[in-house]
Write a protein that binds this ligand. Sequence first.
Ligand SMILES: NC(=O)c1ccc[n+]([C@@H]2O[C@H](COP(=O)([O-])OP(=O)(O)OC[C@H]3O[C@@H](n4cnc5c(N)ncnc54)[C@H](OP(=O)(O)O)[C@@H]3O)[C@@H](O)[C@H]2O)c1
Length: 324
Amino acid sequence: MSRSRPLSLGSLPVSDTNLDLVTGAFSNTGSGIAQRLLDEGREVRTLTFHPERAHLLRDRVRALPYRFDDPVALARSLEGVTTLYNTYWVRFDHRRVTFEAAVANSHMLFDAARQAGVARIVHLSVSNPSLDSSLRYFRGKAQVEQGLADVSVPYSIVRPTWIFGGDSEVLANNIAWILRHFPVFALPGTGHYPVQPVHIDDVARISEDVAHAEGNVIVDAAGPERMSFEELVKAIRQAVGARSRIVHLPPAAMSAVSRALGLVMRDVVLTREEIDGLTGGLLVSAQEPRGRIRFSDWLAEHRASLGRAYAHELRRHFAGAAPA
Ligand SMILES: NC(=O)c1ccc[n+]([C@@H]2O[C@H](COP(=O)([O-])OP(=O)(O)OC[C@H]3O[C@@H](n4cnc5c(N)ncnc54)[C@H](OP(=O)(O)O)[C@@H]3O)[C@@H](O)[C@H]2O)c1
């Protein structure tokens, strides 16, 4: 089966090789996008730091390593690709993997796509990125978007709020894990700041939809439900049958608690910048929601399994073949 809608480069039709490349197809959001494309009969290639990771799509997706050390090899890995779906990013600085390096790597990836003749780049950004942001995640995302606009390949930018669902989902899962294991759950600040979670399948659908856009487009990917963070935590608490008392801490104290939990878990649980993004109300969209799957419905469906095991971010990205 081939694409139902024609590809376009401005008004010129572009030949479709039926091959797309999704970065991180053995990780979280990339896996959702890759699955959707495979279901439509497309061939999928991926770039990853973990080509050997055990994953449902391992046998169906050809995996190549990210070659940020070699721009020529990187461009070669994109040869024959019609659409590049880019999910590559980092959540926090760790060892040599910094936001600055991630911005530079993203620009290198876009340039490699241009050299390889990729017809369109669908890029996963974040809601409310800003070049003026004091938060490096949101500022770095804005810098990557700017680099993409300069690269002269048609592009579609998808800006998700907070992604839930999928096999390796971290945030909602670990909130549930903490609620299941601790008598007290700490919230930064008032807890009244809004969140608007979007399901991974909606992000995949929106990403695939905008791959067929005319010209360059930028869209938010946000779910149909908006709630306060405290309401979200309480909904998870009720769903998993926990009884933890919810307490409010100033962001600095919350950051210290997260660091302490991180030491125990040997992980990074929630960074100070993530706390500031959350309390600053950045994980919402001002647009009409494109997501259809309700967080509350998903929660009801996954209440038995959610938070049974802790999702370990550092182990996931830095064990085995660690990124350079
Ligand atoms: N998760 C959310 O709630 C959320 C919200 C808004 C926007 N987004 C954006 O959506 C995209 C996908 O998010 P995701 O959470 O699903 O990402 P992910 O699957 O965990 O990772 C996406 C890609 O980035 C690579 N990567 C992740 N952390 C890395 C690190 N520390 N060092 C080197 N490479 C790393 C992964 O490498 P491997 O292939 O080796 O695993 C993978 O190829 C990202 O651009 C993210 O910024 C996510």
